[in-house]
Every structure is written in C-alpha cells, then in structure tokens.
Design a protein around this ligand. Structure first.
Ligand SMILES: [Zn+2]
Ligand SMILES: [Zn+2]
Length: 258
C-alpha cells in the first residue's frame, strides 16, 4: 500500500517530543509521502530543518497569519521555495470562521501568494473556511491577471454543489478526517462527486483525527482510516484508490514530489 498524507503540520508543538516515532509509524503503515505545510515564515523555515525522505514541504502564510504577509515575508518565501523539497506555496487562503485576521489583510495575502506561486511555477495549497465565494473570487481575479492557478483545496468543507467550480479553477480536492464524522453527509456527497484523478486524502495532523481515532492527536499514519472511508463511500477498492491518490499527488506536485 502506497499512502500519501497530502496535508499535515509536523512543526506543531504537539510533535516536538516524538516526531521520529510518528514518522516511523507512518512509513510502517505504508505512507510514502507527507506534505507538511507552513503557517507563516517562521514555521515554513523551521519545517525545512526536518530531514526525512518521506517529507515534502509547502511554504506559505495561513489566513490566520495574513497580517504578517508583507514584502519582506514574500521575499523570504521566494527564497524558501528554492529548496527542491518545497513543492507548493501554502497554506494560504481565506478563513472567515473566526476572523483571526482582518478580511482585507487575508484577501491581500491570498492574492499576493497566488501570484508568487504562479511566478515560481508552483501549485498552491489552499485553506477555505466559511469563505468559498470570496476565495473563488480572488482565484478568478488572479486568473484574469494571467496567473496560472492550480493546487490543492485542503480539508474540503463545502458541499457537492461547489465541487465543479473548484475543479474548473484548477484545484484537486483533498478530504480530511472530517469526511468520516457522522454528521458529514454533505462532505461525503461531495467526495463521491470528485473525479478519481482530482482527489486526495490528508490528515491535517495534529488536527481532525478521523473515526475511529477521533479525539486523539492526529498523525500521518491515520490517513489510512480516511482513505478507507473514502473508498467505501465511492465503492472503490482501497488499494486501487491508494495507488490513484499517490498518482494524483505526483501529478499535482510535479518532479520535486517524486
Ligand atoms: Zn487549513
Ligand atoms: Zn493545514
């Protein structure tokens, strides 16, 4: 089984004490790649000090940290992206669920990092919470500026109706442990809608552990539970689905992923 965890945060302080054991459990489970995502310049820089063959990286500024996205920060991200293990700019996006940063700062940071990724020829890793319309509008504006936008929409959280709009905008849809939760019927309907070649599974570790380990600290090995749940709801064989999702990640993240 060749599993991919398409989105995690391994610099989170909850991994400080035992990251080697976490990575050991992941590889023992068959995980061959983990994308660990930055949330600001500091965490993106810190992540690159991690040295393990299973790891690939996204460098970026999360919407919660949007106020820190100035010209100096963008220049730092550009330097970090020169590391051949950096496969994407992320995570970036819009989050209107808690208003942890002003909306205008979030929109500016998202737009600037879409442009940065396009100028580097890299995909983006995008976080959208309670902000689908705003995020799609900003992606459309980038596309109309001539920017080639493609990437991962991580922890998909809208319904089946919004799937087509994201596919048309160049996104591959990544489902986290939330797709296994009893109340997530709309999410499961969405996961059935996504074409097999535009689908990913992720942990978003240390957050959002799937059933049946919900409530624990999440870790990359647990992506196996999410993949198995997606296989069941799509009527797919889990081994074949794992092969497909590994190929999808390689197609999206390109030569640096392999
Ligand atoms: Zn996120
Ligand atoms: Zn994340």
């Amino acid at each position: 089984m060749s599993l991919v965890d398409a989105h995690a945060h391994l610099t989170d302080k909850r991994f400080t004490g035992d990251l080697p054991a976490v990575l050991e459990r992941a590889t023992a489970q068959g995980v061959t790649r983990i994308l660990t995502c930055g949330e600001d310049v500091a965490s993106s820089t810190e992540a690159l000090a991690l040295d393990h063959p299973v790891l690939r990286f996204a460098a970026g500024i999360h919407p919660h940290r949007a106020a820190s996205c100035d010209a100096a920060a963008l220049a730092r991200l550009r330097l970090l992206a020169a590391d051949p293990r950096v496969v994407a700019i992320g995570e970036i996006g819009i989050d209107l669920s808690g208003l942890s940063a002003p909306v205008d700062a979030q929109e500016r940071a998202f737009a600037a990092q879409l442009d940065l990724a396009a100028s580097l020829g890299l995909p983006v890793v995008v976080h959208v919470r309670d902000a689908g319309d705003a995020a799609r509008r900003i992606v459309d504006a980038a596309r109309s500026r001539g920017m080639a936008v493609r990437g991962q929409l991580h922890c998909y959280s809208e319904g089946p109706r919004e799937v087509a709009g994201w596919l048309a905008r160049g996104f591959t849809l990544s489902f986290s442990g939330t797709v296994t939760y009893p109340k997530s019927d709309a999410l499961r309907a969405a996961a059935r809608e996504v074409p097999a070649d535009r689908l990913l599974a992720e942990t978003d570790a240390p957050y959002l552990a799937p059933q049946p380990v919900r409530g624990q600290r999440n870790e990359p090995a647990f992506v196996a539970h999410t993949l198995a749940a997606i296989a069941v709801l799509r009527g797919a064989d889990s081994g074949a689905l794992a092969v497909q999702l590994a190929a999808n990640a390689a197609a999206l993240f390109g030569p640096r992923w392999r």
